[in-house]
Design a protein around this ligand. Structure first.
Ligand SMILES: *[C@@H]1O[C@H](CO)[C@@H](O)[C@H](O)[C@H]1NC(C)=O
Ligand SMILES: *[C@@H]1O[C@H](CO)[C@@H](O)[C@H](O)[C@H]1NC(C)=O
Ligand SMILES: *[C@@H]1O[C@H](CO)[C@@H](O)[C@H](O)[C@H]1NC(C)=O
Ligand SMILES: *[C@@H]1O[C@H](CO)[C@@H](O)[C@H](O)[C@H]1NC(C)=O
Ligand SMILES: *[C@@H]1O[C@H](CO)[C@@H](O)[C@H](O)[C@H]1NC(C)=O
Ligand SMILES: *[C@@H]1O[C@H](CO)[C@@H](O)[C@H](O)[C@H]1NC(C)=O
Ligand SMILES: *[C@@H]1O[C@H](CO)[C@@H](O)[C@H](O)[C@H]1NC(C)=O
Ligand SMILES: *[C@@H]1O[C@H](CO)[C@@H](O)[C@H](O)[C@H]1NC(C)=O
Length: 568
């Protein structure tokens, strides 16, 4: 490098670090807004401070909720400033927040406008929050609450001008309540946490092979026989409570009834519709207990129709998730009747699987819902499904699905599976206690190697945050779109005791790339350096808000400046 070039390089570096150093507020927003301008004042709250919302029930309720939260939270950041902070001016008092909403009558659903503009003037007075919908107003209120800190014994807001909108319309957490049961209260708390993180989807994996905790009016026998106990059933009333709680927080609740595999629990009440339940799970299923619906029995579809119909009434969302993962051809083939059917119709098990997904798709569409399924039928069975099917990706590369015209939801198990890294749970699995170096040589020891669960290791927030939502996504005519993403929690080794710990604050790393995108306005990849002070502080704030989010670092690091970074 020439001396001149070197000088130029150093100048650029210096300019860059100046930029980083010139922050003038200590509010750590998460997810980071699309456009944020600090205007340099801290504005004390007027003692009669109020939030005025227009005539919309959800917005008014949220205004009350957030006013209470702000006055109670009085946030003193745990994360100390990491660079020099320009001292803030005092700027009058903050009298009110005035919320304006363009369209007062909007239903929460996929693709609804969530944008908002929020201004806290540097001279105090009235702050303004403008949104097109009440959902946008809720997102803005969340940001507003994060702009308050208690400093020198006084609650102040940091003056700023914010324009914000979600990069992706579908931003969620998938929660499996079948491997282990969760109290309704835990699910409501999860909805609160989703809203704090500006996530808008609770994908509820309601049933699986191990249990059927779903108490339906049309088919009460499914839960009576298939739930772990009479106490571990979600009644229709419970389901409606969750839906309505989600509504009030701007969180859509999408039910998933996994099928045709993952259905052993149905056999407890409908043994004629489920096959291979008495077989070796290693050969016939992804995990114990084995069991898959018999797709050659017409009564199977009558039951599915009843289930989809009742759930469509309970869950107003326009999406319905029909599962569709991990079908075992062995399971179907070992059934004499199914084998005979395959022979008679000259069909492969993959063709049978495709036919099943088509039929379920029709049932879902007949109930005026859009179907969402896991990738498997397309990747494994090569099913040629209606382009309208939204596909949730967990192992494959997205371009494979998008090029077939399907919209996708990112849930790569390599980044977004929050259960990974807990070791095996099959009782006498010794892979966790032996170490076979040659088995893992040349491969990352952590991935599928000795000592871990299939998707080990544990996904750190840094790993999650490093996912590029746009990687190798092109948009040729006819391609599907990226609708967003979900972090997934499979519950083999989780229940009420550690739900929050598995979800938070790691879910917040996902929330930020789903809302803010993997790149900033200038096209720069979002960096861990920008995120770590914010997620460190956010963890404590979540705890204060009643979410048992786990520690990410020794508390020492939060006041150690850059002392916990890797340095040369
Ligand atoms: C911010 O950081 C600077 C430099 O590390 C330090 O001198 C200052 O006291 C810090 N201010 C606060 C409020 O922590
Ligand atoms: C709100 O929208 C719904 C359906 O979109 C409609 O039925 C209702 O009349 C509307 N209400 C008002 C007050 O405009
Ligand atoms: C926010 O402000 C921008 C710029 O003035 C404007 O284009 C946009 O429509 C506003 N958004 C909302 C939700 O009011
Ligand atoms: C199942 O339904 C199909 C199509 O409606 C019909 O052709 C077939 O005969 C039925 N099979 C049985 C066993 O009822
Ligand atoms: C069965 O299907 C295969 C592949 O579709 C086809 O090649 C074969 O001719 C069919 N056999 C009969 C008996 O129809
Ligand atoms: C686990 O137990 C099963 C059933 O007794 C046995 O067949 C298998 O060999 C055991 N596996 C290990 C790794 O010990
Ligand atoms: C270790 O793994 C390799 C590769 O999978 C396998 O060939 C070998 O038999 C294993 N050794 C032991 C002791 O299990
Ligand atoms: C990007 O996607 C194309 C298919 O659209 C594929 O052929 C290629 O391998 C992918 N590239 C990378 C780097 O994954």
């Amino acid at each position: 490098m020439s001396a001149a070039l070197l000088m130029k390089f150093i100048t650029v570096l210096a300019a860059a670090s100046l930029l980083v150093a010139s922050i003038d507020a200590k509010t750590w927003l998460l997810p980071i807004p699309q456009s944020l301008k600090w205007t340099g004042s801290e504005i004390p709250l007027d003692e009669n401070f109020d939030i005025h919302a227009p005539d919309n029930a959800q917005a008014q309720e949220a205004a009350n909720r957030y006013k209470k939260l702000i006055l109670k939270e009085k946030w003193v950041p745990y994360q100390k400033n990491v660079t020099e902070i320009t001292p803030l001016k005092k700027g009058g008092v903050l009298k009110s927040l005035q919320i304006g909403i363009k369209d007062l009558n909007v239903t929460l659903d996929f693709g609804v406008d969530e944008s908002y503009n929020l201004t806290i003037p540097e001279t105090g007075g009235d702050a303004t929050l403008d949104a097109n919908t009440w959902i946008g107003a809720l997102r803005g209120l969340e940001t507003f609450s994060q702009l308050f800190v208690k400093t020198d014994g006084q609650l102040v807001a940091h003056s700023s001008v914010i324009q914000d909108w979600p990069t992706y319309p579908h931003r969620g957490i998938m929660l499996d309540t079948a491997r282990n049961f969760y109290e309704v209260e835990s699910i409501l708390r999860t909805i609160d946490a989703l809203a704090y993180n500006k996530m808008n989807v609770l994908h509820w994996h309601l049933t699986d092979s191990q249990s059927w905790p779903l108490g339906l009016n049309k088919h009460p026998e499914l839960a009576e026989k298939g739930a772990y106990s009479a106490e571990q059933i979600y009644s229709v009333k419970d389901l409606k409570k969750v839906v309505s709680y989600g509504q009030s927080r701007g969180v859509r609740v999408i039910p998933e009834i996994d099928m045709p595999a993952h259905t052993a629990s149905i056999a407890k009440s409908h043994s004629d519709l489920v096959t291979c339940t008495d077989t070796n799970w290693l050969t016939n299923a992804a995990e114990p207990a084995p069991g898959a619906l018999d797709p050659t029995n017409n009564h199977t579809y009558s039951l599915i129709e009843d289930i989809v119909e009742e759930l469509s009434e309970i869950f107003p969302d326009s999406f319905y998730h029909a599962g569709g993962d991990e079908v075992s051809s062995h399971c179907w083939k070992q059934d004499k009747k199914i084998s005979k059917y395959l022979k008679k119709h000259n069909m492969t098990t993959n063709e049978l699987w495709s036919q099943f997904e088509d039929k379920v798709g029709t049932i879902v569409n007949n109930n005026k819902k859009r179907i969402m399924i896991w990738e498997d039928a397309i990747v494994k069975a090569k099913a040629d499904l209606s382009k309208d099917v939204a596909v949730q990706i967990w192992t494959t590369i997205p371009e494979k699905i998008i090029r077939r015209g399907h919209d996708i939801i990112h849930s790569s198990s390599d980044y977004f599976y929050l259960d990974c890294g807990g070791g095996g749970w099959v009782q006498n699995d010794t892979s966790y206690v032996t170490s076979n170096q040659s088995a893992t040589a040349g491969v990352s020891q952590n991935y599928g190697g000795a000592g871990g669960s299939w998707c080990a290791p544990y996904k750190t927030w840094q790993r999650i945050y490093s996912f590029d939502m746009t990687y190798n996504i092109t948009s040729n005519p006819g391609d599907g779109q990226v609708l967003g993403g979900e972090a997934a929690l499979w519950s083999e080794q989780t229940d009420d005791t550690d739900l929050d710990a598995k979800l938070w604050p790691r879910g917040s790393a996902a929330a930020e790339i789903f809302w803010s995108g993997s790149y900033d306005k200038e096209g720069n990849r979002r960096s861990l350096d920008d995120m770590w002070p914010r997620i460190n502080d956010w963890r404590y704030r979540l705890v204060r808000r009643g979410i048992a989010a786990i520690a990410l670092v020794p508390q020492w690091c939060l006041s150690a400046g850059t002392g916990c970074l890797i340095t040369q």
